[in-house]
Ligand binder design. Structure first.
Ligand code: 17E
Ligand code: FE2
Length: 424
């Protein structure tokens, strides 16, 4: 007796059944015989490994408008507003908002989340709250916590000590923000300090890096060089790197050579990058997004994150990973079939790789973590911003959603005349 049997799902283009026993995938293949405690007719829907959120700020989520909206729409005003809101944080406030967002994400098929948490706070209150939350949601959500010094490592009084204390308390990843430090030299020093702490506590590094339109912001080269020197590429992530979209092509070509040798990971946050950047431009207005397409074409791993949901930096969002994927298709010119499929991978497999996840994917013997999406393939999932109808964690169905069904003049109508993915 299987725990769960999914019938007629699309896996890597094949129509198969997937049988689950003891929380693991027991068998994948056509027409599996046998009974199960629960059988689900997938109707040809895409069965994907779970969505992975590689970059979000759970300490600030669901505070939009409090104490005031971000009128300029810039990163800097967002940091000022957050700095005010931060003084009023309580353990209950952080836990309830962060948990609410994790529940939204789990309901939409996200089972792994890497959150940044601001540690430029002498009390480390949000960090302690999220460490507690990480334990209490562990049954259904795999949470990684990045110690993120929002107001600087070198520039904030005691910033380096607070960052190190966060690692001592149990943060999983070392964060940083070199472009926000007072001077170029302090930025370089902060990157070196982040790597020193990461080495000492044997933790990965994930820095907010060059999140600006200033083409003079060149800390990515410092990160890549530090990673290369230690042969640490796979445990280093450069988040945002929006200035890379403003570098001239001669410098970009040199940098790309260093990046491919370093093998570090990238996280772009297209919803937020396209909203926060370009705010100091008149026209033409820059897109303010890193070179997602070129990084991907050069074989580097790129993941896409939400970054923010309803906070001082971004007033919208639901935590649905198809939204940043959809935005990347547009803002990064990823419109061919292969490119759209790559954008889907950037919120699943690519994000899992950036987070260093083991035991991820639809394989016999692997953990039974997967989702059913109301579309026949990845292209259609993004095109339709399709509903995730079923979320399975360790063989247990934890969320179910009925997709919207529409009739026009009394007859049912689908957003996909012609069926599976006619585009590309
Ligand atoms: N803080 C920061 O420095 N950059 C961001 N994109 C967010 C917070 C959301
Ligand atoms: Fe961020």
């Amino acid at each position: 007796m299987y725990q769960l049997l999914i019938r007629g799902a699309r896996v890597d283009g094949d129509l198969v059944d997937v049988a689950v026993a003891d929380g693991r995938i027991a068998e994948i293949g056509p027409g599996i015989a046998g009974a199960a405690e629960r059988e689900v007719q997938a109707g040809g829907r895409l069965l994907s490994p779970p969505f992975v959120e590689p970059h979000i700020h759970l300490d600030s989520t669901l505070t939009a408008g409090d104490p005031r909206p971000n009128r300029s729409g810039t990163l800097f005003e967002g940091i000022e507003i957050w700095s005010e809101r931060k003084r009023r944080l309580t353990r209950e406030d952080v836990i309830s908002r962060a948990e609410e967002l994790l529940r939204w994400q789990a309901a939409q098929g996200v089972l792994h989340v890497r959150t940044h948490v601001d540690v430029t706070d002498p009390e480390l209150l949000a960090l302690e709250a999220l460490l507690e939350l990480k334990e209490s949601v562990g049954d259904w959500m795999d949470l990684q916590i990045v110690a993120f010094p929002q107001e600087g490592v070198s520039s904030y009084p005691g910033g380096a000590e607070l960052l190190e204390e966060a690692l001592r308390l149990g943060a999983d990843v070392v964060g940083g923000i070199p472009h926000y430090e007072h001077t170029r030299e302090m930025g370089v020093a902060s990157v070196e300090e982040c790597f020193r702490i990461a080495e000492k506590y044997d933790r990965p590094v994930d820095l907010h890096c060059d999140e600006t339109d200033d083409p003079g912001s060149r800390f990515l080269e410092v990160m890549a060089s530090e990673a290369l020197r230690r042969d640490w590429g796979p445990r280093v992530t450069a988040s945002h790197t929006t200035a890379f979209g403003s570098y001239d092509d001669a410098y970009a070509a040199k940098l790309m050579g260093l990046l491919t040798r370093s093998r570090i990971h990238f996280v772009a946050n297209p919803l937020i990058n396209i909203t926060l950047q370009g705010r100091f431009d008149s026209y033409p207005k820059r897109r303010g997004i890193t070179r997602v397409k070129e990084l991907w074409q050069n074989g580097l791993n790129v993941a896409l994150g939400s970054d923010n949901v309803m906070d001082p930096w971004y007033p919208l969002g639901t935590g649905n990973m198809l939204q940043p994927a959809h935005m990347a298709v547009h803002a990064c010119h990823m419109t061919s079939r292969e490119e759209v499929e790559a954008c889907f991978s950037m919120v699943t497999r690519g994000a899992a790789d950036a987070l260093g996840l083991q035991d991820y994917g639809i394989v016999e013997g692997g953990s039974a973590d997967f989702v059913l999406v109301d579309a026949p393939d990845e292209w259609e999932a993004i095109r339709r911003l399709a509903t995730t109808t079923l979320v399975v964690k360790s063989g247990r169905v934890i969320a179910e959603t009925s997709p919207a069904r529409t009739s026009l003049f009394g007859e049912s109508i689908e957003p996909a005349p012609g069926g599976a993915g006619s585009g590309g």
